[in-house]
Every structure is written in structure tokens, then in C-alpha cells.
Design a protein around this ligand. Structure first.
Ligand SMILES: Nc1ncnc2c1ncn2[C@@H]1O[C@H](COP(=O)(O)OP(=O)(O)OP(=O)(O)O)[C@@H](O)[C@H]1O
Ligand SMILES: [Mg+2]
Length: 386
């Protein structure tokens, strides 16, 4: 009895902590300074000023900045510029160019799957000239990724991945499954980035799969149904997965067109990842048996990387072992990445003036994260250009 009471109290306090924290971390859209806006638009500060005035944009002082534009204001501003000044060309997928579904997975925990998912997604959507339409899917019931971009999903009664997989919804009159799924992808603080969140209730999905196995035509195909429903709405979908080989992970593998395996450069992570790969043929046999057609690319990405002589030696080994499967640029360890993470942001969606330390560490981290995301970007275009 005492334990029951104690556990209930622990739950109550934890709920309180989360709701305080969520109230504290109300995340707003990233704000751009005048210089950042000019850089993004690839125009001079003077030209920017002229058109801000001509178009009557209110570049108000916010967050300690004299001049500011939010990312959606920036997109809106750009769309109203004269055609010769619009340097960004929105990407339009041609017939035959499939939506790229990239899954971040490693059975090892804490290797950077979630930080990499969020960072690559925010970079692909906001930092490239095409303004790619990016979707995030959080398959991990821990819902860390959802804390970045859908912190109020629970409070607002939004659908989670698990709700859709379990069929915990009722279609309104005339509403289709596809429409419900499209609407379940929530708007984030980046206009062309949306997320289908996980909620804590998704933790019980594993037992749901075991209980319902006999009723499912393809137990690995439930997330693929979700992806198929939004295939026309996104150019790239990034799937974050739990550190396990659960039904949801198999579902991620089945829905994905490519896989990135994050790992840290230390003996433990490398051993764990190699042992995991030893098991992949069995995983693949099940997926192929269920009808998967094969991946466009598979890559290893070293994360949280600190450059030391012994780590360089490890990189030498990794490069010799995995050659073209290994991304050559590592996601470097950075105080900025760590701090942004604790503020439920990536280096790309945090307003620079809100960054509490030296701005140089933030801009260095952005340069590295941009290069990391560019490796994925090149692979995606490689598939589309074929
Ligand atoms: N480049 C980096 N610089 C600094 N810290 C990093 C970096 N990459 C990851 N981390 C830190 O490592 C921790 C684990 O990262 P993350 O949550 O992305 O791992 P994960 O693989 O998703 O974990 P899990 O298996 O629990 O889902 C985070 O707290 C994050 O701050
Ligand atoms: Mg994670």
C-alpha cells in the first residue's frame, strides 16, 4: 500500500514538473536580425531596408534586438519582393521523384538519434534555398523529439502516432483517413516543417502490437500507411526511433526509403553498433518478406564528436571499415548543441539573441550542423536526380 501511494505521488510530482517546464519553454519562431535576414535573402542590407519600407513591414524590436523578423515574416517578405530579388526557388518534386523517408536508428541509446533528427529536419526546411517541405515522425514513446516541436500536443488533445496506429480516432462525416493523418502533422515554429508527435501513451504500443498481432495484415506496415497518406505533402520525412528493436522500429524500417545510423566515436558505441549490424540481416529478412523494396541509401553518422588523437584513430578504423557508408563529416560535440537541446531547440531554430553564451560557439555549431545536413541533402538529391 505504501509503495502504491509513493508511486502515485512520484507520478503527480513528475506531471507537475513537466507542465511547469512546458509552460516555461513556450517556443517561439526564430527571429532574424537585419544581417541574418539579408544573408538569408542574399541581398544587401540597404536593399533590404528599401523594400522593408516599401512593403510596410514592421521590423520591430524584440528579444533584445533592435530589428527583427520572424521566419514566417521573412518567408512572407521574400514572396512579396520583386521577382529579380527573389533568390530562393521553391523545390517542386517531379513525377518519379519520391518523397524521401529517412529513418534515424541505432539500438544503442543516447547516440544522438533525436538531436540529429531535429537538426537535420530544421536545417533542410529552413537553411536551403528550396524551402523543402519536411515532416518529422516521432516513433519513440519517450517523445523527446516531440518536446522540440509539439510541446503542447498532450494538453491540446492532438493525435499521436500511436493513436493513429491503434485506430484511436473517429472520422468526422466525410473525413477520410488520409485527411485525418495530414491534419495530425502539427505546425512547428518553422513554416515548412511539421511533426506527427509521440505522446507518453505511445509507450504502451509494444504490448498493443503483441495483443493485436493476429488482426494485423502487416504488423510492420502501420507507419507506412501514415507515410503513404502524406507522401504528396512532404519532400522529405525524417523518422526518429526508440533505442530498441521494437515493433515501432520495424515499422520505421518498413516505411523508410533510407536509413542513417548515428553513433558516437567511442569503443562502446562502435562495438554496440557492430553487434547490431550483425543482427541486421535477420531484421532485413523480415522486412523484405513483408514487401520492402530496398533502401536508396544507408549511412553511418558519427555524432557528438570530440577531436582528439585517439578519436582520430577511431575514425581511421571506422573509415577503413565502412568506407562509403560512413559520412565523412561528423556532427561535432558542441556546447551550443547541448545548450540548444536543453532549450528544446536546434542550433537553427533558436533566435541567436536568446543564446546565453558566446555567439561564436553558436555560429560554429551552425556551420558544422549545416555540413552534416548537407550530406543528407546530397544523398536525397542523388536519389531524385537518378
Ligand atoms: N553534437 C552534440 N554536441 C553536444 N551534445 C550532443 C551532441 N549530440 C548529442 N548530444 C547530447 O547527447 C544526448 C543524447 O542525444 P539524443 O537524445 O539525440 O540521443 P538518442 O540516441 O536520441 O537517445 P535515445 O536513445 O534515448 O533516444 C543529448 O542530451 C544531447 O545533448
Ligand atoms: Mg532519442
Amino acid at each position: 500500500m505504501k509503495t502504491t501511494e509513493e508511486i502515485n505521488q512520484l507520478k503527480e510530482r513528475a506531471d507537475q514538473y513537466i507542465s511547469n517546464r512546458n509552460a516555461f519553454y513556450q517556443k517561439d519562431e526564430r527571429l532574424y536580425t537585419r544581417q541574418e535576414a539579408a544573408d538569408y535573402l542574399k541581398i544587401s542590407n540597404k536593399t533590404l531596408d528599401v523594400h522593408v519600407k516599401a512593403l510596410g513591414f514592421d521590423v520591430k524590436a524584440r528579444e533584445g534586438m533592435q530589428w527583427s523578423m520572424s521566419i514566417s515574416e521573412l518567408y512572407d517578405f521574400e514572396s512579396k519582393l520583386p521577382a529579380n530579388l527573389r533568390k530562393h526557388e521553391k523545390f517542386e518534386r517531379q513525377p518519379g521523384q519520391k518523397c524521401q523517408v529517412i529513418m534515424m536508428q541505432n539500438q544503442k541509446g543516447g547516440v544522438g538519434k533525436t538531436v540529429t533528427s531535429a537538426t537535420v529536419a530544421s536545417c533542410l526546411s529552413a537553411e536551403f534555398p528550396e524551402q523543402l517541405r519536411v515532416g518529422l515522425i516521432d516513433l519513440d514513446g519517450q517523445s523527446t523529439l516531440s518536446m522540440y516541436y509539439a510541446v503542447n500536443a498532450h494538453r491540446d488533445g492532438e493525435f499521436s502516432v500511436g493513436d493513429i496506429v491503434r485506430g484511436n480516432y473517429e472520422l468526422d462525416e466525410g473525413e477520410t483517413y488520409d485527411q485525418l493523418v495530414k491534419d495530425a502533422f502539427l505546425q512547428t515554429t518553422i513554416p515548412n516543417l511539421r511533426i506527427l508527435p509521440a505522446l507518453q501513451s505511445d509507450r504502451s504500443l509494444e504490448s498493443w502490437f503483441h495483443l493485436n498481432l493476429s488482426k494485423l495484415d502487416n504488423p510492420y506496415g502501420q507507419v507506412k500507411k501514415i507515410v503513404d497518406a502524406v507522401e504528396d505533402d512532404f519532400d522529405v520525412i525524417i523518422i526518429d526511433t526508440p533505442p530498441s528493436l521494437s515493433f515501432m522500429t520495424y515499422n520505421g524500417y518498413f516505411a523508410a526509403t533510407s536509413v542513417v545510423f548515428p553513433l558516437a566515436a567511442n569503443e562502446n558505441d562502435i562495438d554496440a553498433t557492430c553487434n547490431y549490424f550483425a543482427n541486421l540481416p535477420d531484421v532485413w529478412a523480415l522486412l523484405e518478406g513483408a514487401g520492402h523494396q530496398g533502401y536508396d541509401f544507408m549511412r553511418l553518422l558519427v555524432t557528438n564528436y570530440r577531436q582528439t588523437t585517439s578519436n582520430t584513430a577511431l575514425m581511421n578504423q571506422l573509415t577503413r571499415t565502412f568506407s562509403e557508408w560512413l559520412y565523412s563529416t561528423q556532427f561535432k560535440h558542441s556546447e551550443a548543441v547541448q545548450l540548444c537541446t536543453s532549450m528544446m531547440s536546434t542550433v537553427f531554430d533558436l533566435t541567436a539573441s536568446e543564446y546565453p553564451k558566446t555567439k561564436k560557439t553558436l555560429s560554429d555549431a551552425r556551420v558544422n550542423a549545416y555540413e552534416v545536413a548537407s550530406q543528407v541533402y546530397r544523398d536525397v538529391y542523388n536519389v531524385w536526380d537518378k
